[in-house]
Ligand binder design. Structure first.
Ligand SMILES: Cc1cc2nc3c(=O)[nH]c(=O)nc-3n(C[C@H](O)[C@H](O)[C@H](O)COP(=O)(O)OP(=O)(O)OC[C@H]3O[C@@H](n4cnc5c(N)ncnc54)[C@H](O)[C@@H]3O)c2cc1C
Length: 418
């Protein structure tokens, strides 16, 4: 059978997905993008549909980052999140969010790989670096010549890093000496530069350091047997008397408040990324429901299946609206921490519901990588990867609980973290 997500159109990608229209965009939010942005999106979609999605299950299965894609991703300007100069048009936050959603729609792991390098690490340098540091690092990272990662979480501290961070930095003349451990660091197994967040023993403030690898005393070990976002190579990192020159301390970071600015910006992007997981899952479920026959009919013809699809699409539609608005607030320069926190919490919770509904539609084949292929549905349109990946996206960049508490503090004026 010929696989198409929708009626065939002139502008189709190799897999049959249309490059001009996103069917899950029920209220046509994409029309908010400029013509130049929509043209760029078409090019990015074509790349994702031909070079990323068809191979995503295999990479996930082998738990290996597709590093061969790094130059192609750079060519498309996708590492330009914090580096506006890489695009000739306005490059609004709505557009950049939409791009994050599209990447995640094809493969949430690839979106996370880019999100860590381009979002967390490059934004740390863009926000916290001196002019010299920005000039040294951002172009190199935007071209994908070096890969960066972001080391905040520790074995003993995830949600409570603001108060609990145990990695320490001690100044000795023109150098700093770092000691401590980090956990779950995306791209950490192979990154060329690691943004390490550590507490200055002199003033107790959290500071950011650019640790170049390899460095004496720096050890990164890939975390094995992960069951979500398997393609992302996360690492446990140990720092034993790692020496960093003062010139590699992020000069505009002086406390957790400055780090919170980075998270405010990246969290909104992560909400878009979460949305992409739901869109990818929804597309798998629609394709499967049309192809799978039971009781002599496609299961898409049953009312209960249509109800699930309608609920999934309603979730997605609400989430696109929320993501668009939070990015517009960012474009207007009025976005606050609680705006991003609400988007990340709400969207990732709806995503969890959506992937579960969509997985249910795919029956037993929905728990196997490639289980849909026997129905003629191509590689990359299986639900199992999206279902598993939703869990990590729900958890990182602040769990649902922590982001809800940020919103709760904004509502009541009372911090209820402890
Ligand atoms: C795939 C993956 C990639 C990641 N990538 C990175 C990365 O690149 N860099 C990085 O620094 N980190 C990264 N992380 C770490 C991630 O940010 C943390 O896992 C996350 O912040 C949660 O921390 P934790 O796992 O220590 O859970 P914990 O903080 O131990 O939380 C466990 C549970 O307790 C709840 N909880 C904790 N405190 C409270 C409270 N006060 N009130 C109510 N509930 C509470 C939490 O919501 C959660 O449900 C990644 C994690 C994963 C899984």
């Amino acid at each position: 059978m010929t696989f198409t997500l929708t009626e065939p159109q002139a502008d189709e990608t190799a897999s049959g997905a249309r490059a001009d229209v996103l069917d899950a965009d029920f209220y046509a939010f994409q029309n908010l993008l400029t013509d130049a942005e929509q043209r760029a999106l078409r090019e990015i979609r074509e790349f994702l549909e031909t070079e990323v999605r068809p191979f995503a299950d295999d990479h996930w299965d082998r738990a290996e980052s597709p590093r061969h894609l790094v130059p192609r991703i750079a060519e498309l300007g996708l590492y330009g999140e914090a580096f506006r100069e890489t695009r000739s048009f306005e490059n609004s936050n709505v557009f950049r969010g939409w791009v994050a959603m599209e990447i995640s729609r094809a493969d949430p792991s690839t979106a996370t790989f880019i999100g860590v390098h381009s979002g967390l690490a490059m934004t740390s340098i863009a926000v916290g670096g001196s002019d010299e540091q920005r000039a040294e690092w951002l172009p190199v990272l935007a071209r994908g010549e070096q890969i960066a990662c972001f080391g905040l979480t520790e074995p003993g501290h995830g949600s409570d890093t603001a108060k609990g961070l145990e990695t320490i930095a001690e100044r000795r003349g023109d150098e700093w000496v770092l000691n401590g451990a980090k956990r779950w660091i995306g791209n950490g197994a192979f990154a060329d530069v690691v943004v390490i967040w550590a507490r200055d023993v002199a003033d107790d403030q959290v500071k950011g350091f650019l640790v170049r690898t390899p460095s004496v005393g720096f050890e990164a070990t890939k975390i094995e047997r992960k069951q979500s976002l398997r393609t992302v190579e996360n690492a446990d990192i140990v720092l034993t008397d790692v020496v960093v020159p003062e010139s590699d301390r992020l000069q505009r970071i002086d406390g957790f408040r400055d780090l919170a600015v980075v998270l405010r910006l990246t969290r909104a992007q992560v909400a878009w990324q979460a949305l992409g997981v739901a869109v990818g899952a929804y597309e798998c479920a629609v394709a499967y429901a049309k192809a799978r026959v039971q009781f002599g009919k496609p299961i898409a013809s049953f009312q209960l299946v249509q109800q699930k699809l309608a609920d999934a699409l309603a979730n997605i539609t609400a989430c696109i609206g929320m993501c668009v608005r939070v990015s517009q607030l960012q474009d207007e320069g009025v976005q606050k921490d609680h705006h991003s926190a609400m988007a990340k919490a709400f969207v990732s919770a709806r995503v969890r519901e959506t992937v579960a509904l969509c997985r249910e539609i795919c029956g037993g084949n929905g728990v196997q990588l490639g289980g849909q292929e026997q129905l003629g549905i191509p590689a990359g349109y299986g639900i199992a990867r999206y279902f598993a990946d939703a869990e990590a996206v729900y958890t990182f960049e602040g769990t649902y609980d922590m982001n809800s508490l940020i919103v709760g503090r904004a509502i009541t004026g009372i911090a209820a973290f402890v």
